[in-house]
Design a protein around this ligand. Sequence first.
Ligand code: PLP
Length: 390
Amino acid sequence: MRYDFDTIINRKDTNSVKWDFYDCEVPMWVADMDFKVATEIKDALSSKVNEGIYGYTLIPDEWYDAYINWWKKYGIVHKKEWLKFTNSVMPAISSLIREFTEENDKVLIQTPVYHVFFYVIEDNNRIVEENKLIYDGENYSIDFNDLEEKFKDPKVKLMLLCNPHNPIGKIWTKDELKKIGELADKYDVIVISDEIHCDLTNPGLIYTPYISASNKNRNNSITTLSPSKSFNIAGIKTAAISIPNENIREKAFNHIQIEGLSDPNLFACSAAIAAYNHGEDWLNQLRDYIYNNKLFLDEYLKEEIPDLKLVPSEATYLLWIDCSKLNIKSKEFNDFLLEKAKVVFSPGYEFGENGDQFIRINVACPRKLLEDGLKRLKKGVELYKEEFNI
Ligand SMILES: Cc1ncc(COP(=O)(O)O)c(C=O)c1O
């Protein structure tokens, strides 16, 4: 079956965060796609609605099987006892931070990175320790010397790894993951590997699960998994954590349970099961579509807005755009584009200080909408240059 990713769906006035938060025509910010989900997911949810009674629900064996079978393609067989349902990723990470660190301990992140990683550390009165990624003007890489220096501090108890990495779109290699695992093991740091974007790789590319890189990785980690980004079901609130190490697992599962994060709403398991058991064809067509959107954007920037440059993207539908030629302050720049061109992106400063010369563009939308957004960006850049004499 061919799925339709071209039709523009009107999401305004539906209480959509993406569409109704800002007063704009083309929202290209929060990680949510403007595509209808796979028919099988909609059917599974309709069938639940049609039951007509919405009482408390158990987690069926099919839920475990769906996760276990899905990850086989990535060379990992999660065991049933490693898995626990959580109703989304960030509340689970927040809970794990509370369990595995004390107030004023440090949690390491690799910036620029998903902004909620900052909030979840700081809101828990822990301290952000940055291992800044190295940007050479084209690509990003990990500064392993700095990582080791930071890990030496006994206050660093946890690392939040983004694998693949939002917003730079990088798939970490097995060697890189192994090196992180070795250092984490040496300095007794637990790694939480957030793999929420793992299915959204460019066609032909595949990600490496953190725990598959080595036994050390397997023993010092917690992995967060979810169909929510891959299948556009973030509003359903459905995710999982997987923990091979028994000691870590016991503490983590207890804490997640105590904090009330492991009781699914009625739709959460059905959506995940339908996605993993029946969504692969939809997902592969989506990956092709997004990849072509990436190529379209790259061409458009080169031809029409040469002041902006795409950082090469291997994964996610979130593109990291280098605006350093314009010497922007990303918040002002983003606000300016919203006001003058009615288009909105994610300003790079949100992802860390070293993101301030960037914006992040969400290209998970029909091509015509992408084109509209890029035309608005072009107009906005022209006005910005005029206004600030660039
Ligand atoms: C890396 C990463 N983790 C987690 C989330 C959010 O997950 P959830 O909605 O399950 O809390 C996002 C959303 O964009 C993300 O990019």
